[in-house]
Design a protein around this ligand. Structure first.
Ligand code: NAP
Length: 290
């Protein structure tokens, strides 16, 4: 299979979603370039160095894809509160270099013009309306893999504790494999999507439910610890900048108030497969918490 647009450049190609799109592109024989700060590519596909905060790495990415040139770009925003200007600059460069399709990894609570990648979302649609590119925005809810590959996973294993500020609010936790499958479609479909996809898992679970499910799977008690929004923001600020941490903590309050309490059929409609359940994810990954 060839991409309708040329080589696919995967920014964040080593991350939870990009790292799962890469093998799908490889299996479909789509020319692919995996970008990361190290330039390493765990999938055996060509790798290239790219750092949002080092613009000298940007232009060489396009020079390193010889045949066919980069035609499609998977965008993962830099971890900062206001990435709009830097993302617009990179999108402009990629368009000038001939890229025609852009797929942005967004998030279910973020809409056009909202925080974080909300500005890039708006910019892609505007450029699309001007006929300069085709686009899609993946808007997944919280990932199942946060419990194995993020801070949650560390504390589940080391302290048998799960922290959140979500109370009994429910989340349709989604598997990163399903997000990647939608992303693969958006990058390679003959018809450009020119739309966003709110990508949700099949079961509505609270964080206390998650703690109970993992407890049963590993045979020891995982304690659910409820934090206030302020305490949660202070906790996140140990690892990320305080403004970003405050926005992230406020999203837990939104969950508590029901913001993520919904499911949909986007995974099935776009990929033809049922979304993976959280309980299956826990069974398959319980070694991570033992
Ligand atoms: N986790 C969730 O539940 C969730 C839910 C909805 C949306 N999202 C969104 O998904 C995106 C990924 O989130 P995540 O936490 O799950 O991250 P992740 O999987 O850890 O992926 C981050 C990726 O970004 C790359 N990266 C980090 N700093 C970079 C830099 N300065 N320049 C270039 N690349 C850089 C990393 O590669 P190297 O370290 O190899 O360079 C890695 O491939 C975020 O935009 C987040 O808002 C996440």
């Amino acid at each position: 299979m060839s991409s309708p647009t040329g080589t696919v450049l995967l920014l964040g190609g080593t991350g939870k979603v990009g790292g799962r799109i890469a093998p799908l592109l490889k299996a479909a024989n789509v020319p692919t370039l995996v970008a990361s700060r190290s330039g390493n590519s765990p999938t055996g596909l060509p790798g290239v160095k790219f750092d949002w905060f080092d613009e000298s790495t940007w232009e060489p990415v396009f020079a390193s894809a010889s045949s066919p040139p980069i035609g499609a770009v998977f965008l993962v925003a830099p971890l900062m509160s206001h990435p709009g200007a830097i993302m617009r600059k990179f999108i402009d460069l990629a368009v000038a270099k001939g890229a025609k399709r852009f797929v942005l990894l967004g998030a279910s609570p973020i809409t056009e013009g909202g925080p974080w990648m909300g500005d890039a979302q708006k910019y892609l649609r505007e450029l699309g309306e001007q006929g300069k590119l085709s686009w899609s925005v993946l808007r997944p809810t919280w990932f199942q893999q946060n419990f194995t590959e993020n801070a949650h996973g560390t504390f589940l294993k080391s302290e048998s504790k799960l922290f959140s500020g979500t109370g009994n609010g429910k989340v349709p936790f989604v598997n990163a494999e399903d997000i990647a499958a939608v992303g693969f479609h958006a990058l390679t479909s003959p018809q450009p999507p020119n739309t966003d996809y709110v990508i949700l898992g099949p079961e509505l679970l609270s964080y206390p439910d998650v703690a109970a499910i993992i407890s049963a799977a590993v045979g020891r008690t995982i304690e659910y610890v409820e934090l206030s929004e302020a305490d949660l923001a202070a906790r996140f600020a140990q690892w990320i900048d305080p403004e970003y941490a405050a926005t992230l903590a406020a999203m837990d309050t939104d969950i508590k108030n029901g913001a993520e309490n919904r499911t949909n059929d986007v995974v099935r409609t776009v990929t033809g497969k049922e979304p993976r359940s959280f309980r299956d994810f826990v069974e398959e990954n319980k070694a991570a918490w033992i």
